[in-house]
Structures are given as C-alpha cells and as structure tokens.
Design a protein around this ligand. Structure first.
Ligand code: UDP
Ligand code: MG
Length: 160
C-alpha cells in the first residue's frame, strides 16, 4: 500500500517564516510567533533584521515582472523584519494554512492574515510555498551558525 507515499508524508521539512515590517510596527511579533509555537512546530532560527534591498529582490525574484514589485520591495525594506526558520513534518503546507490567503480580506478567520490584516500590500507575514523554497529562503536569510539544532522537551507529546 503505497509505502513510498507514507514515507514522504513523514519527511521533516523546513520553512522560512518572516514577520513583515507592518506587523513589527503594529506590535504583532509575539502574536505571530505564538501561532507557530502553539501549533507544535520547532523553531530553529530567529532574528530581528533590517533587510537590504538586494536581499529583498533576491527573495522575491520570481515576482520581478509584476507591477507591484517595486512597492513590495519598498514595503519589505521599510523597517525591521523578524526572520524565522521552523521545522517539522508537513510544516510548509501547514504554515501556509496558518497564514491564510495572500489577500487578508479573503483569508479565513482563524488564520494570521484573516485575523490581523486587511490588505494584500500589508499582509503581515511571509511563508515559503514549497519545501525547496523553504531551504532556499532559509539559506538566503540566515548565515551558518545562526540556526540551532535542538530537541524540544515536548517532542514525545506532539508525535507518537
Ligand atoms: N503582493 C502584493 N500585491 C499583489 C500580490 C502580492 O503586494 O497583488 C505582495 C504581498 O505582500 C505578498 C507578496 O507580494 O505576500 C508575495 O506574493 P505571493 O503571491 O507570493 O503571496 P504569498 O505567498 O505571500 O501569499
Ligand atoms: Mg509567495
């Protein structure tokens, strides 16, 4: 019975989550971090950071041709962001669900954007859209030595 599929579902993934400048300014850092922490994922990297323009452009390079790209770069570099790396089985898709739709007015209540934001251009948080991009973005935003490998005490109470 599709053992390879079951095995791939158990794969530990990494995702890059970023509290955007609007959320830092609005005092929502703790609220946003706590959504992922309470869910049961493992924090492996965390820093407050002023993002250089070149890094913002590299991070969002797939959107370079979009009309909103210059405004997006201005937004992301407008103040400090909180960079995070989170780890867990299924963390990439689950974090996207916790975050909610790109347009906060379309995002379901209970999601971060659904509860805390009203406009796409101020949608408070970023989350990687695939395991590959999770790895790419963590490598982009964190230096070697900034990530911690550790075993949370609650591990056996989260997964059998
Ligand atoms: N964005 C925007 N206008 C748009 C679409 C996107 O300002 O019409 C911004 C918004 O901050 C969004 C980011 O660009 O979060 C990246 O867009 P993407 O489609 O990757 O959305 P996400 O993955 O963040 O939900
Ligand atoms: Mg995206």
């Amino acid at each position: 019975f599709l053992p390879h599929l079951v095995a791939s579902m158990e794969q530990v993934e990494e995702t890059y989550i970023m509290v955007k400048p609007d959320a830092v300014q609005r005092g929502l850092v703790g609220e946003i971090i706590s959504r992922f922490e309470k869910k049961g994922f493992k924090l492996t990297g965390l820093k407050l950071f002023e993002c250089p323009k070149e890094l913002a452009e590299e991070h969002y390079k797939d959107l370079k041709s979009k009309s909103f790209f210059p405004k997006l770069i201005d937004y992301i570099t407008s103040g400090p962001v909180v960079c995070m790396a989170w780890e867990g089985v299924g963390v990439v898709a689950s974090a996207r669900k916790l975050i909610g739709s790109t347009d906060p007015l379309q995002a379901d209540p209970g999601t971060i954007r659904g509860d805390l934001a009203v406009q796409t251009g101020r949608n408070v948080v970023h989350g990687s859209d695939s395991p590959e991009n999770g790895k790419r973005e963590i490598a982009l935003w964190f230096k070697e030595g900034e990530l911690c490998q550790w075993t949370p005490a609650q591990a056996p109470w989260l997964r059998e």
